[in-house]
Design a protein. Structure first.
Length: 252
């Protein structure tokens, strides 16, 4: 696959991933949505289906990494780094596009939700804004080392699953069975390990939409919680490196 195929595939795939994943969060959270208060099960399964859709859509183009942690894990396993910048660039751009499309699709709901007096009062309080969770993750209990450990552990499970079961014959991306397997792994991580931090397990998934949240003209949107933003970037990358190390020791 060429560098242009990788960039285009990762941009499209990550955009679809965030559109459907962020979309299910918006559906559950925002006022006057038909799915409001559908709960955590809806969110976790929505993200799983988002992964499956994006993987099947773009696996033939780029291998459907859709996640810098997955790209890092594969690069560490193979020692091939030449295409990594194209993967990273496509993933970040795609995540920003997907988050913007969520805003477009739910524009009226964002307006109604954020103009509610309760949200308006919350936006004036220092800290994460009232709809930041539609775009990016955040902890329920702020403890730096616990939050970081949770992201490391969750991503370790994801990347080790990809490396051991999900790769195509060339070892550069996900195969058809791998796409389904990874989707179920993402659901499992969300159900079992997602409670503390919202399971970013993907640096682009968190950073790209957080940038969009900071840039969009949302009324009463509040802060983008940049003090926390390094954790869903660093944690998944550390977890990915650990998974690649265990793979090399135990499976290679």
């Amino acid at each position: 696959m060429s560098s242009s195929d990788i960039f285009i595939g990762e941009t499209i795939g990550t955009a679809v991933l965030i559109l459907l994943g962020g979309g299910v969060v918006a559906a559950v959270v925002l006022k006057r949505s038909k799915a409001q208060n559908a709960g955590w099960l809806a969110i976790t399964f929505g993200w799983g289906f988002a992964v499956m859709t994006a993987v099947y859509m773009t696996a033939s183009l780029s291998g459907a990494h859709l996640n810098p942690a997955v790209t890092l894990g594969i690069a560490l396993k193979d020692g091939a780094w030449g295409d990594v910048p194209f993967y990273f660039a496509g993933q970040l751009l795609g995540a920003m596009i997907g988050a913007t499309l969520v805003w477009v699709a739910y524009y009226g709901h964002f307006q109604a939700h954020l103009r509610d007096p309760e949200c308006a009062s919350r936006s004036a309080v220092e800290g994460p804004g009232p709809v930041l969770g539609v775009f990016a993750t955040g902890p329920e209990i702020r403890n730096v080392w616990q939050n970081l450990a949770t992201e490391i552990i969750g991503t370790f499970v994801l990347v080790l699953a990809v490396l051991t079961q999900g790769l195509n014959d060339g070892g550069k991306g996900l195969n058809v069975v791998g796409g389904l397997m990874v989707a179920f792994v993402v659901v499992g991580i969300g159900l079992s390990l997602g409670g503390p931090t919202g399971y970013a397990i993907n640096p682009a998934r968190d950073l790209g939409p957080r940038i969009v949240h900071a840039l969009l003209p949302l009324p009463n949107k509040g802060g983008s919680d940049w003090g926390y933003a390094w954790i869903p970037v660093a944690g998944p990358l550390i977890g990915s490196a650990a998974a690649a190390g265990i793979y090399s020791l135990a499976f290679a």
